[in-house]
Design a protein around this ligand. Structure first.
Ligand code: CMP
Ligand code: MG
Length: 417
């Protein structure tokens, strides 16, 4: 196929491809009609006709096997090409579980096609020239298979773990940059796994996101945060403290989640300003309109909203002005670029960037939190650059909260659903 070729036209009766031939593209019919057939007992057996808007020839490029049937134009037919490269690239980015399922469906279909045929040699087809056999990206690839199985297992385990209350929260302090007082904490999920111990989010967040279980974890986070914040506020000198919980933009856009937040506040007896919700800018932009409406409801309720990981994604300044959010958390990757070297301190790119973000935040009336602060020097510079609050290992790693009214319940229990 020529590289620039986008569509092909075949006259009436013309062969598009033959059964058993290698395939290099699938076809989407723009005009005309085609016929799919296989050779059986020395006769052409018509399997199907395909018309405008339909796709055919996809099987060979999904699993790099030869054409399972022949195709012929019935009338003059023009088709848009969907190349192997286009499809393979999309397959690569597909969820491994979906790829496995797709591969299995295709294999079963091929097997039943084979058994239908009188000259069936074997149930399983193989690439004709062997060139693509064992292709690492093929849906039947063993590594892919075991990765998919692992994901499915982990997902089931996580589902059970959430129901059993194994998701607990550690709390990392946020410090006022001026007087170094603790202003609040971020609730960070841990999986208290019965065999593998306390697992960090890196061990489960990907599967939580792919499966949608992350939304149950958000709910647990909000409940834990409300309960913990209420207890902190009840302690001496704790009346100003808040706890922030990480949620997704899907949560924010979901009215049922709003109800959950309101209920958690009420059950915990927590004033709404004791809770912040953190969400990443990328997901927020993807759900722009709905998010805008719901953020208005959160503002009316009095719950704070922070944009998390600012500077790590699109860093779209435009939406900040539109959205009713109260706080920006500058991502560690930006904070890391702030130089502590006195000679370049005022001139380093990271420093300038933080100053610009802080200036913009001031105009918009937003609070700035710097994430990932690791040294006392960094803390001072970030304060001078205009950051209101600081968070990072220098001030404290995520840990269970110890309440003044100690009764052993240091890690608030996860909601069971
Ligand atoms: P592919 O194997 O690449 O080339 C032949 C195409 O015919 C195949 O992809 C499908 O798009 C289509 N095809 C195969 N079997 C059938 C069937 N039983 N019914 C309809 N279409 C089919
Ligand atoms: Mg966060």
């Amino acid at each position: 196929m020529q590289k620039t070729e986008i569509r092909r036209t075949f006259p009436p009766g013309a062969k598009i491809f033959n059964e058993g031939a290698p395939g290099d593209c699938a076809y989407i019919i723009e005009s005309g009609e085609i016929e799919i057939s296989i050779r059986r007992d020395d006769r052409d057996l018509v399997l199907a006709r395909r018309g405008v808007g339909e796709i055919f020839g996809e099987m060979a490029i999904i699993d790099a096997a030869p054409r399972s049937a022949s195709a012929r134009a019935v009338v003059e037919t023009t088709m848009l090409l969907l190349t192997e490269a286009q499809l393979q690239n999309r397959m690569k980015h597909l969820d491994p579980v979906l790829r496995m399922v797709l591969g299995v469906v295709l294999e079963r279909f091929r097997a039943s096609m084979q058994s239908m045929r009188s000259d069936a040699p074997a149930a399983k087809t193989a690439p004709s020239d062997g060139a693509d056999a064992g292709d690492e990206d093929g849906p039947q690839d063993e590594n892919l298979f075991s990765a998919a199985i692992q994901q499915v297992e982990l997902e089931q385990e996580l589902r059970r773990g959430i129901a059993d209350g194994q998701i607990v929260f550690f709390y990392q302090p946020l410090i006022d940059s001026d007087d170094q007082r603790v202003m609040g904490y971020e609730a960070l999920a841990r999986w208290n796994h019965p065999e593998r111990g306390m697992l960090p989010p890196g061990a489960f967040i990907q599967v939580a996101e792919a499966s949608g279980l992350v939304r149950q974890i958000s709910r647990c986070a909000v409940e834990a945060a409300c309960r913990a914040a209420a207890r902190l506020r009840a302690a001496p000198d704790g009346a100003h403290l808040f706890i922030s919980a990480n949620v997704t933009a899907e949560d924010i856009c979901d009215p049922a989640f709003f109800d959950h937040v309101a209920l958690c506040l009420e059950l915990a007896g927590l004033a709404p300003d004791g809770l912040f919700l953190e969400l990443t800018e990328t997901t927020l932009i993807e759900n722009a309109d709905q998010a805008l409406e719901m953020l208005g409801r959160y503002r009316a309720l009095g719950v704070g909203v922070s944009i998390d990981d600012f500077g790590a994604g699109y860093s779209n300044f435009g939406y900040l002005a539109r959205y009713p959010v109260q706080c920006l958390k500058i991502d560690k990757s930006v904070v890391d670029q702030v130089s502590c070297d006195a000679a370049v301190r005022d001139d380093c790119k990271g420093g300038k960037l933080v100053r610009i973000i802080a200036t913009m935040a001031e105009v918009l009336g937003l609070k700035i939190v710097a994430e990932g602060v690791e040294t006392a020097e960094q803390a001072l510079i970030l304060r001078d650059l205009g950051c209101h609050q600081l968070q990072g290992y220098h001030f404290g790693k995520p840990a269970p909260l110890v309440f003044a009214d100690l009764d052993g319940d240091s890690a608030p229990a996860a909601v069971s659903r």
